[in-house]
Design a protein around this ligand. Structure first.
Ligand SMILES: NC(=O)C1=CN([C@@H]2O[C@H](COP(=O)(O)OP(=O)(O)OC[C@H]3O[C@@H](n4cnc5c(N)ncnc54)[C@H](OP(=O)(O)O)[C@@H]3O)[C@@H](O)[C@H]2O)[C@H](O)CC1
Ligand SMILES: [K+]
Length: 506
């Protein structure tokens, strides 16, 4: 298969920055109302494409420019011959600026929201709130959302489903569930972070005429995960390559009854291109591991002196520590000596929980040996390691991951259906290719193995973590619904499929 050529990764911006982008575009001579006309026409086009059989459209307009988009969409839908019923949450005379102009250009009746009747066969256009939502929805609009939800009418949202914070993806009081969301110029975190991602349905990103240059000037170092970000950093196996040039990864096994996790990670690592993979096993588990391993090698590592001996071999480029290992002093000492030795280290599962009571020494060592460590917490593990960040309701998952990466001096791969990867330098990607059935026992062990494999193949850790999350998602899709973790390693796609020359990298 030929390598993909990607133009550019999709930037993600917060609604606050989007406001600045709008202002900059308008300041450079682009007329604001023109942006609204294109936005409204895109919403109308979405309705006509997906709901051409609808009896009509119920358009709900709010107090700001999101409502303005609704008036424009209503006009285009009516011009296309679709019956339109338009309801406003405020007296229409109060609309100002571009939204006021959009209202003036709408020649049909405007009904107060109180009169809304969710008639069967209609499609709802939600233009109540977009980027400007800044507090919980209550009162009449809350009741309206409840009525639409109860009616099960399909919803097309303008910019964001009303009630979803574009910055955090969190529900502000209550929120509409859209089948389609039409957004403008750039994705917002709320389209990709849960629960906003789920409420958005299918998200359509529309170019409304804001130059890419203006968006790039306001970039927040945040992208949707995409091979365009890391395709050029994927390891290339040249004709002269041999197994040592492809890196040697070691994966620690747990004790006798906890060996499967390490083997899943090890198998995934080999499938992700590591030249050699060795499972490091305590004596009690050597027999159990030996009976299951073929291409993966096996070595006894019982205690610190065994590990010290191993660390003398510079060819052992990286370690995966945590899956099935057990929480305790042994894990902490192993982790600290690996990081101290300047080796790549993926700390997963118990490898994270073991530091709940005092991660400072680990974080300090990571500072001395930057670009070596990747932490892969799920939400519970994140809460154990960064309780203050986890408890801060003001922070989005992106904010939490960023602050954690900065504090830990390590790459944070914050797992979930909306996995966020953050580097200590502030870069962030949000991954959105994981199918729901990827959430299965052992899936995280496979992911840790993929990260480790890419690290020992000399991929920089932020790119390695982002690529691993993406490959893991693709493997989940390839293995299909009903997969178990044992299926995942063999479903990892070939890396060459995603190699690129990175022309799009900004
Ligand atoms: N991105 C683009 O390029 C374009 C986007 N457009 C659309 O414009 C909106 C953003 O418009 P804005 O007017 O800034 O904000 P909203 O329409 O989302 O909200 C309007 C006001 O609503 C009030 N508010 C906020 N939360 C609540 C709440 N929970 N209950 C009641 N009222 C609420 C708030 O005003 P206050 O004075 O009451 O504080 C908001 O200011 C964007 O999403 C796009 O759809 C343009 O079309 C141009 C191109
Ligand atoms: K909306």
């Amino acid at each position: 298969m030929p390598p993909h050529t990607y133009h550019a990764p999709l930037p993600i911006v917060t609604p606050q920055t989007m406001g600045r982008i709008d202002a900059a575009a308008i300041g450079s001579g682009i007329e604001g109302y023109r942006l609204m006309l294109i936005a409204g026409s895109a919403i109308s086009a979405c309705v006509l494409e997906y709901y051409s059989e609808a009896v009509g459209a119920i358009v709900l307009c709010g107090p700001g420019n999101n409502g303005g988009d609704g008036y424009v969409a209503a006009r285009y839908l009516a011009e296309a011959g679709m019956p339109v019923l338009l309801y406003s949450s405020i007296e229409p005379e109060r609309l100002k600026g571009d939204a006021g102009r959009a209202r003036a250009d709408w020649s049909g009746p405007v009904y107060p929201l109180e009169e809304l009747d969710c008639m069967p066969g209609y499609v709802v256009v939600d233009a109540l709130f977009g980027a400007g939502l800044d507090r919980p929805i209550e009162g009449l609009i809350e009741e309206t959302i409840a009525a639409i939800t109860a009616s099960a009418l399909p919803v097309v949202a303008a910019d964001l489903p009303s009630g979803i914070s574009g910055r955090t993806g969190q529900v502000q009081g209550t929120a509409l569930q859209a089948e389609h969301t039409v957004t403008f110029a750039a994705l917002k975190p709320g389209h990709l972070l849960l629960p906003g991602a789920g409420c958005s349905g299918e998200t359509h990103l529309v170019d409304i005429g804001i130059p890419r240059r203006v968006i790039d000037e306001h970039n927040e170092a945040m992208w949707r995960n995409d091979p365009a970000l890391w395709g050029a950093d994927l390891p290339v196996t040249g004709a002269a390559g041999h197994k040592y040039t492809r890196g040697h990864l070691c994966v620690f096994s747990g004790s006798f009854s906890h060996t499967g996790a390490a083997r899943l990670a090890a198998h995934s690592a080999l499938r992700s291109g590591a030249g050699l993979v060795t499972v490091l096993s305590p004596s009690s588990a050597v027999a159990a591991n030996a009976s299951h391993l073929t291409a993966v090698m096996l070595r006894k590592v019982e205690d610190q002196s065994d590990l010290d001996e191993l660390l003398v071999d510079q060819r052992l480029g990286g370690f995966v520590l945590g899956p099935g290992f057990g929480i305790g002093e042994k894990l902490r000492q192993f982790a600290l000596s690996i990081v101290k030795a300047g080796r790549s280290c993926v700390l997963d599962a118990d490898g994270i929980s073991a530091f709940s009571d005092g991660p400072e020494m680990l974080f300090a060592l990571c500072r001395e040996n930057p670009l070596n460590t990747v932490l892969t917490p799920h939400d519970g593990e994140f809460a154990r390691l960064f309780p203050d960040l986890h408890a801060d309701a003001e922070l989005s998952k992106v904010d939490r991951a960023r602050k954690a990466a900065e504090r830990a001096n390590a790459v944070i791969l914050y797992k979930g259906a909306d996995t966020v990867i953050a580097g200590p330098d502030g870069r962030v990607v949000i991954n959105n290719n994981a199918p729901p059935w990827l959430a299965t026992a052992g899936s995280g062990d496979c992911l840790a193995g993929i990260v480790g494999a890419l690290l020992v193949q000399q991929m920089p850790p932020f790119e390695a973590a982002a690529a691993a999350a993406f490959l893991h998602g693709e493997a989940g899709k390839r293995a299909g619904e009903g997969l178990i973790a044992d299926d995942l390693p063999d479903a990892i796609p070939p890396l060459t499929h995603y190699q690129s020359d990175n022309r799009g990298r900004g």
